[in-house]
Design a binder for this molecule. Sequence first.
Ligand SMILES: [Zn+2]
Length: 458
Amino acid sequence: MDLFVVTLVVSVAWAIVALVYLLAQIIFKIRFVYPDSVPEKDDVIIRTLADFQYFHNLSSEAKIRFVKRVRFLAMDREFEGKEGLEVTDEMRVWICASIVQITFGFRKYDVAGFQKILIYPDIFYQPQIGKMVKGYASRDGIAFSWKDFQEGYLDHKDNLNLGLHEMAHALHFVAFRKSGKSSEFADQFTDWIAASRADYLVLKSGEDQYLRKYGGTNVHEFFAVCVEHFFETPEEFKIEKPELFQYTSFLLNQDPTRTQQDYHPDENSPAWRKLIKKVGGNPYRVQNDWDDRMIFVGLTCLIPMSMITEEYVLNYLDKLIIVLVLALLGLAILPWMKKIGRYSYALIYALFCLFGIGVTSFTLLLTLNEILPAKEYSEIYPIKEVRYNNHNNSKYLIPEGDKYLRHIHILEYRSPIEPNPEKLEIYFRKGFLRIPKRIGMRVIYGKPKPEDVQTTNY
Ligand SMILES: [Zn+2]
């Protein structure tokens, strides 16, 4: 089958799917990622979260988002009860809710680093540290004493929350692994450490009146302790350490004092604007999905691109090379993309370059080439071969020389006793792209030579 036809069929099929998806999103506000509601499962989650203060304050729309995230994590993460403990739905929901709480401001909450979750009934011996602990986080996962996890949420104003503490450690690991899906966080985290340095040193020297002393142990504990205070006593935090609060709020893209706004940070506040300006945009929101959309546009552009290039003197390899060269533009903006924290995945970036930048810019160039004035000229080619198609009484004229010229197809050829087609005059148009485009042709006939006719059946 002709490669062109295959491309066209695939493109049209794709465009239809994309269009239906887009329309459905607009009209029905449907997102075909995974179902927004799984009643039996969500009921359990909602009932379990009745006492979860953070969840309690959310609007019903944000509650749906929260439940969806909890459900996803509860299914995705690996839970293991230790020392004979049986893992219950309640444990799964609470622990996942704790992850969702700390990552609620992230677009991609499915952060790596929380993969395996071990639950102990009470404090347990940690051989690497060599003592009894309430919990720990490592690169592979997190471990909790369930008793202490529960206590952390029981009193939600004492700045002690084991769950959030360990989640903070896990996020810290994600930041330094740099391969987690939440790369926006990873980039911001380095900034946070630098910005909070002064506060850390004050705490370390024992002169801090607000943050728990344990945070002075090292940077890891400092972050974990900040996170506990951030969620447990945010109002006080904001007054005691306004700058550190802002940095943490910016890092996690949420503000726990804004209980009426689903913890959405006040993006119009001068402090927030200052941070945005420094970073060059909200790493979690401003870039939005424009890059994904560009891939979408690029894929949709395949159809017009195929249509426009149909008459161009280009074969598929040429087109691919042009798109690849344009896709290399992506390398030029890579440092900037890294700066705004996108594309930790090489594959996604490659897709973005190829289908986003490559196809879209080629289509734009082709469109400009069509619109702008161009030089027109004609060339005469001798006909090398004539192929007859007996099924529909048509013939193909194959001109000599240019391998790029498609077989020229002339319909309605009724009898072999016809003037002998000798030459083809082909009219071209050459725009600023300097690629000739076939815009018409004329057959130049010689004397009839029916005995020369070769017949080929298709
Ligand atoms: Zn710790």
